[in-house]
Design a protein. Structure first.
Lengths: 170, 268
């Protein structure tokens, strides 16, 4: 993808997620825009580029949310890498299975982070977090991902994002 | 070997990057969170957050001003009734305050000075998997400084973490980096409340401490950030382990952060 698209994503991902997506919050649960974007980059470009994009977006999120610098970069880089690998070999951009895969990535990331916090900060209510936070957010992110994929399936949008070597068949 | 490196150069670079990130995380676990590049990122995101939220705020105020006028009369009646009740309570409280000040003076205690406050609006809510923060629409230009307490009518929200000229980042109670000194209102038992992403937990509470579900935790004022006596959280679960000298106490914050729109920053 073109560098200027990455620049726009890096500049806008935090403000859009934190302000605009607050309006989409249902019972305090918001879809994870950054995760959906990294997943889509994985489908469109490939593992290497998506992993780098994931690391970049994750690091910007870490810095902007006063989190551990590198935690989101690490998990989101891995998600980009795997999304790229799956996208290259298995998935079609218009396949409904993207919903399941995106929700699974979101859930895996939530569990990883909860276990990390448990390991280093002691007690974290993982069981209640799984049902009240992680699972609804994973499903919500899956829905958002499908909607975004529908939007970019439009040939004009896709041609803007296109990078000839990795373009998948519609 | 060099052939392998050349062939998989891209993935080796990625592998090294992941190792660096992993080292960075483990380093911060011991040394505390880094604040590298925080101000430039906050400046950019704060600017766009204000731009994005301003049309929504305009529409919201227009809707509140015109569309919902139908409820105004009923609301007005309710507020008048509430205002009368509050005036009565206020005069009783003032009497108690004067009496309290007089008694403090007699005992040689210093005078109580209620802190000045700044009203702020929440313009963004960030919920990274390992942190819970919000952005407010006022910053250093309005006298806001790092480590000032942020409260809402229901209780404590958190503390100011980073300040820019027009915005500030606030760490919520549920953020794992947030710790505050609290006291059980019922029996004055003390403890340290730590954020646990969706709830909070009392740290190092002795096995024998008398803490029950439903107990209200209030600020003790010992941390030097929050004034004494503000509601913080309600105890929801107490677990005692035979093998441990401590008990696990989980508490639900008094403020519903998902519905938080305005707050007060207490000036030092």
């Amino acid at each position: 993808m073109k560098p200027r698209i990455y620049l726009i994503i890096l500049l806008l991902i935090i403000p859009v997620q934190a302000s605009l997506f607050s309006a989409l919050s249902l019972g305090g649960i918001k879809p994870d825009l950054a995760l959906a974007v990294i997943y889509i980059i994985g489908l469109l470009t490939g593992p290497g580029e998506a992993a780098l994009a994931g690391i970049g977006i994750g690091l910007v999120q870490d810095i902007g949310s006063a989190s551990f610098i590198g935690l989101n970069g690490f998990t989101r880089g891995l998600i980009g890498l795997f999304a790229g690998l799956f996208g290259k070999r298995v998935l079609d951009i218009s396949s409904p299975s993207n919903f399941i895969l995106l929700a699974a990535f979101s859930l895996a990331e939530g569990l990883f982070n909860a276990l990390f916090m448990q390991a280093f900060y002691g007690y974290v209510p993982i069981f209640s977090m799984f049902f009240t936070n992680m699972l609804p957010q994973a499903l919500y992110t899956g829905v958002l991902g499908i909607l975004l994929l529908r939007f970019i399936s439009n040939r004009n949008v896709l041609s803007t994002l296109r990078r000839h070597a990795f373009q998948k068949e519609l | 070997m060099p052939e392998f490196i050349v062939k998989h150069k891209k993935f080796l670079i990625l592998f090294i990057l992941f190792l660096i990130l992993f080292w960075l995380i483990t380093y911060q676990v011991n040394a505390g969170r880094l604040t590298f590049m925080e101000k430039p990122v906050l400046a950019v995101s704060g600017f766009f957050e204000r731009v994005i939220t301003s049309p929504f705020r305009f529409l919201e105020s227009a809707a509140n001003g015109y569309v919902f006028l139908i409820h105004t009369e009923r609301e007005n009646g309710r507020l008048k009734e509430e205002s009368g009740q509050l005036k009565l309570e206020n005069s009783i409280t003032n009497e108690l305050l004067i009496e309290n000040e007089r008694l403090r003076e007699l005992l040689g205690f210093s005078k109580l000075h209620p802190p000045a406050s700044v009203m702020v609006q929440v313009i963004a809510k960030e919920s990274s998997p390992s942190s819970r923060t919000i952005t407010i629409n006022k910053g250093a230009d309005d006298g806001i400084q790092k480590d000032m307490a942020v409260i809402a009518p229901a209780g404590v929200v958190g503390r100011v973490h980073a300040v820019l000229s027009g915005t500030a980042k606030v760490i919520l109670l549920t953020d794992p980096g947030s710790t505050l000194a609290v006291r059980v209102q019922r029996n004055r038992e003390e403890g340290l409340l730590e954020g646990k992403i969706i709830t909070c937990a009392l740290k190092y509470v002795s096995y024998y401490a008398d803490i029950q579900e439903g107990d209200l935790l209030v600020t003790s004022g010992l941390d030097g950030i929050y004034p004494k006596g503000l509601p913080v959280a309600t105890v929801t679960k107490v677990t005692r382990h035979e093998a441990s000298a401590f008990q696990t106490v989980v508490a639900e914050p008094a403020v519903r952060f998902s519905r938080l729109e305005e707050a007060l920053v207490l000036r030092k």
